[in-house]
Design a protein around this ligand. Structure first.
Ligand code: CA
Length: 229
């Protein structure tokens, strides 16, 4: 798993980094709420471990903001206190699970794995350059902006997003978005690619583009660094 840990206590950080690392997981650490909000894109991780008490703000405020921005990544909250009030508040803000310090490492591991499995079954957001495709809500998101997709637009974009940088054959795109029995005008593909391009434009996603490939079909391109594709 690729994990994000938001925690300021050095002891806890090194303990978790070591323990989770030994289990084969990658752990990235942010030690303040501001860092987590500024640099951490929760969609880039499988599960987030978020401490309640951070030096600059409460973890629950970080969580609230992430959820408002539409991030659906599973979040496990840690607290030293464990009062019922905090638990309720955390869960209301969108935490998926909750663990009271001090906790047993194996229990943390088991819960993280359970959250990861749940997240995978639900089909978490897919990041493509500066844009995230959220299958659960059928939206394309970039920073605080969102564009909802129709079922067809979503199916077409997903078909293109499966293999970025690889030209996708027209017949296959048509079959994936309109079903194998599609016998309408093939021009419909151009029309829908147009809709998707408009939505990417509206999001200001200059690094993501749908390129026509002569004689083949279309391919989705994006740049990892956020420059124009
Ligand atoms: Ca702390």
């Amino acid at each position: 798993m690729k994990l994000l840990l938001v925690e300021d206590e050095e002891k806890m950080v090194s303990l978790l980094k070591q323990g989770l690392g030994e289990e084969g997981h990658t752990v990235e650490v942010f030690t303040s709420g501001r860092c987590a909000l500024g640099k951490g894109a929760p969609e880039d991780y499988d599960v987030v471990i978020l401490d309640w008490s951070l030096p600059d703000m409460e973890g629950v405020s970080v969580l609230r903001q992430w959820r408002e921005e539409g991030a659906r990544t599973p979040v496990l909250m840690l607290t030293a206190r464990g009062s019922t009030g905090e638990k309720v508040q955390g869960l209301r803000a969108g935490a998926d699970d909750y663990l009271v310090k001090p906790f047993d490492f194996d229990e943390l591991l088991a819960r993280l794995e359970a959250l990861h499995r749940r997240g995978e079954q639900q089909g978490g957001p897919v990041r493509l350059g500066s844009v995230a495709l959220d299958p659960r809500r059928r939206v394309l998101r970039r920073e605080t902006r969102e564009e909802s997709l129709t079922a067809r637009e979503f199916a077409l974009f997903s078909a293109l997003a499966r293999e970025p940088g690889v030209p996708q054959v027209r017949a296959r795109l048509l079959s994936q978005a309109w079903g194998p029995d599609f016998d309408g005008s093939a021009n419909v593909l151009e029309v829908y690619v147009g809709y998707l391009r408009t939505k990417l434009d509206r999001l200001g996603a200059e690094d993501v583009s749908i390129r026509a490939v002569r004689g083949v079909g279309y391919m989705l391109l994006f740049s990892e660094r956020g420059g124009a594709a």
